[in-house]
Design a protein around this ligand. Structure first.
Ligand code: C2E
Ligand code: CA
Ligand code: CA
Length: 756
């Protein structure tokens, strides 16, 4: 019997030791307290091993000490473990200290036993034929037992409360340990009272150690897991069907029963039902994922069907499950989203981006078909919106969209480009210009109460290069619009070589301007301005471009291009600088002539003109009166107040302001009195336009008289004959400019002719 228990104890020591080491090394949260508890169970077992093996009283006593002091350690470790395992915080430090104190006192008491003999002694009995030293407890041992059992009782109560409070999925991790502890307590109790030799309850220590080790570190609530998985499966929005290896359906979740149209428990009919709908592919052994589109029109349904097989350990088919997801709603949402992203919300036509995409696809796919790219533009749309309302504007756009749809065939692609412009890609033979012209000659938008004629123009570009950007094709179609002269008679214009050349020309000179200025290929030509006596009093600086490959360029071929794209600022700033340079040179020679420079309306948008001119005249030390500023009436068309201020600033600083091309535009004689100008430049060209010479003369006379009354000097330009010169002088005009005196000429020539 001694040998049997020796072996058992050694095995226990080894098992507990290994578990303790494993627990200590594990990274789990409570692994340290587990390691301590499991490890602390070893000394009592060692103590008992010594007692069992020993035949001598002294050695048995050593075993006793190890056993009892070890028990105090066990109790300490158990307490620590319990608090962690049951997630209880040591709230009261005093209680903790008291427990430590009591356990410490107990150990001290044992250590004093050899001296006072108050705790225990042992007596020999015979086991297996030789002496076994059995414990004889005294007062101290009783105290020890009371302490240990009390603490054990507290621990058991904690476990009891915890297992009662915890969900039943987890409670087994508490009550299993608790019941084992109770059993162990009784077992030990039995040993204490029966006083049988050999403490067999040590086996229970091993058991407790292993249980703690397992529950703390490896236990997973499988019941919970099962339950969770079952819940997930039944709550899933996907339909699930579980099949045996034979193909018999054994379970379906509620979505599944609904999809299969069966009642709970009628799983047998599922295979037929699925077969009917999804074909028999799902019955094959293979795993797969397939998409199904079932039905059509409004009843269309989208499904994705997945089949998975379950294999046993020997890789034999144990069963399978099929999941079916209805993604009709997602699909519809996606379609709606796609539609919204690709269609204009007002007209329902394609958006510009999508139109470009579609056109690209179509023209690439049908290389043999000839296409027109048509830019449809509503000319007076802003007026429609302003005069009526934006609702009327909206219905006008819808009306136009409907009209576009009406002449579109299947091969056409069309959409709304931006605002009131639409784009169409149409095969050449499907385009019927006569019918369109006819319709557009009286396009009426009528919303029931108001009817309004809408002016629509079509710019047409015939596709020759398919590789270029679609936006560029529409740009070309749009460019054709600019060639429409009589906008009420003609509604369709075609992009042609002339437009192409013009665009190329514009690009050509625009890219070269900066370089040309820096190389002084752009030059000021001077045209003299004379007084009544015919004496030259000044000159107008007019730009010329001596182009290295295109030759001599008059401003008509480049100024309008730069006015359109804003580069005119660059030309003008350069021309002003040139004028200042010339004036500065003349100043040194004591020349009193002035130079007039042109200021484009665009300059006012982009720069502070006054500031720029002031800077230049300061840099070249020029008297402001030497530099005259020519502006046109169009300058006053936008932000009139602001422009007036600018002109006044010029005048205050001493520059003379000239109103160029007076009479060519919108100005009226009436306007003149509010204009802060010093000189009125009247162009003969505008007057000679009128066939009636007499009438022209009257107008001219009136302008001159009026300007005289207002204290504004008059200058007539475009004077080509002596008769004109004489007549103007008689009318009271003060200054003259024109081919009759001289054409604009290079600086050197001007200086040679007119400077002393
Ligand atoms: P503009 O300012 O009205 O200049 C007068 C134009 O009339 C000049 O044309 C001049 O050569 C021309 N001209 C002068 N006398 C006669 C005449 O007796 N008969 C006829 N038929 N024409 C005459 P040019 O130099 O071709 O300039 C055309 C326009 O270009 C100018 O009209 C001006 O608006 C613009 N321009 C020229 N240089 C510049 C410049 O540096 N900056 C700006 N912004 N515009 C300029
Ligand atoms: Ca001018
Ligand atoms: Ca002029």
């Amino acid at each position: 019997m001694r040998d049997t228990f020796s072996v058992i104890f050694v095995v226990l020591i080894l098992a507990l030791g290994s578990c303790s080491v494993i627990a200590y090394r594990s990274r789990k949260s409570n692994s340290n307290s587990v390691a301590l508890l499991v490890g602390s169970l070893i000394p009592p077992v060692i103590g008992n091993l010594i007692i069992v093996r020993s035949g001598a009283k002294e050695l048995s006593l050593v075993g006793d000490y190890i056993y009892f002091i070890g028990m105090d350690l066990v109790i300490f470790a158990l307490l620590r473990f319990t608090f962690e395992y049951c997630e209880i915080k040591w709230k009261n430090g005093a209680i903790k200290a008291l427990v430590y104190l009591l356990l410490g006192a107990d150990i001290v008491q044992y250590l004093l036993n050899p001296v006072f003999g108050q705790a225990f002694d042992n007596e020999a009995v015979t086991v297996d034929g030789f002496p076994y030293y059995r414990l004889v407890p005294y007062f101290g041992q009783t105290l020890h037992r009371v302490l240990d059992y009390s603490i054990l009782a507290v621990v058991i109560i904690i476990f009891l409360v915890k297992s009662a409070k915890t969900s039943r999925f987890y409670s087994e991790r508490y009550y299993v340990i608790m019941i084992t502890m109770i059993a162990l307590a009784f077992w030990q109790g039995f040993y204490i009272f029966s006083r049988t030799p050999i403490d067999r309850s040590m086996v229970g220590f091993g058991g407790i150690g292993l249980l703690v080790f397992y529950f703390s570190l490896y236990y997973r609530p499988l019941k919970l897991l099962d339950r969770m998985l079952a819940n997930i499966a039944s709550e899933m929005t996907e339909a699930l069907f579980f099949f045996e290896a034979s193909g018999r359906c054994i379970w379906a979740n509620s979505t599944g029963t609904e999809l299969a149209g069966i009642k709970e428990g009628e799983f047998e009919t599922v295979p037929d039902n699925l077969f009917e709908r999804f074909g028999d592919k799902y019955q094959s052994q293979d795993e797969f994922i397939s998409r199904y589109i079932i039905g059509a029109g409004d009843d269309i349904k989208y499904y994705v069907l997945e089949k998975h097989s379950l294999l046993d350990e020997k890789k034999r088919l144990a069963g399978s499950f099929v999941s079916i997801r209805d993604y009709t709603e997602e699909q519809q949402k996606l379609k709606r989203k796609m539609f919204n992203a690709t269609h204009d919300s007002l007209t329902g036509l394609y958006t510009r981006e999508y139109l470009y995409e579609r056109i690209h696809e179509v023209i690439m796919a049908r290389q043999d078909t000839e296409y027109y790219i048509v830019y449809i533009d509503v000319r007076n749309f802003k007026i429609v919106n302003d005069i009526f309302s934006s609702e009327f504007g909206d219905s006008a756009l819808q009306c136009i969209a409907d009209w576009i749809k009406s002449w579109m065939s299947d091969e056409c692609v069309y959409g709304r480009l931006v605002g009131a412009s639409f784009g169409v890609c149409i095969p050449v033979e499907a385009f019927e210009p006569e019918i369109i012209e006819e319709k557009l000659s009286h396009f009426l938008v009528d919303n029931g109460s108001v009817g309004y004629h809408i002016l629509i123009h079509l710019g047409v570009y015939k596709l020759v290069e398919r590789e270029i950007e679609i936006s560029l094709m529409f740009d070309r179609a749009n460019l054709a619009l600019s060639t429409i002269k009589d906008e009420y008679q003609t509604h369709i214009a075609y992009y042609n070589d002339e437009i192409r050349r013009k665009v190329l020309w514009d690009q050509h000179i625009s890219t070269q301007l900066t370089d040309a200025i820096s190389k002084r290929q752009v030059l000021p030509y001077l045209q003299p301005i004379v007084d009544k006596e015919g004496a030259v009093i000044g000159a107008e600086a007019l730009a010329r471009w001596i182009h290295p490959s295109d030759g001599f360029l008059a401003p008509g071929s480049f100024i309008p291009v730069f006015e359109k794209n804003g580069m005119i600022v660059e030309v003008d700033k350069y021309m002003w600088r040139c004028a200042c340079e010339i004036l500065s040179e003349w100043g040194k020679k004591n020349e009193r002539l002035f130079i007039s420079v042109n200021i484009s309306p665009k300059d006012f948008y982009f720069i502070d003109v006054v500031e720029e001119i002031r800077r230049l005249t300061e840099e070249y030390s020029i008297e402001p009166a030497r530099l005259r500023i020519e502006i046109t009436e169009t300058v006053m068309m936008t932000e009139a107040e602001l422009r007036m201020k600018t002109l006044n600033k010029f005048r205050e600083e001493g520059y003379a302001v000239e109103m160029d091309d007076f009479g060519s535009g919108y100005s009226s004689l009436n306007m003149l009195k509010d204009m802060p100008v010093d000189v009125l430049k009247i162009d003969m060209k505008f007057l000679s336009k009128s066939r009636d010479d007499e009438k022209a003369r009257t107008i001219l006379q009136n302008i001159i008289n009026l300007s005289e009354d207002l204290g504004i000097a008059s200058l007539t330009e475009g004077v080509e004959t002596e008769d004109q010169y004489r007549m103007l002088r008689e009318m009271g005009c003060e200054m003259f400019q024109g081919y009759y005196f001289a054409k604009p000429m290079p600086l050197e020539e001007f200086e040679e002719k007119y400077l002393d």
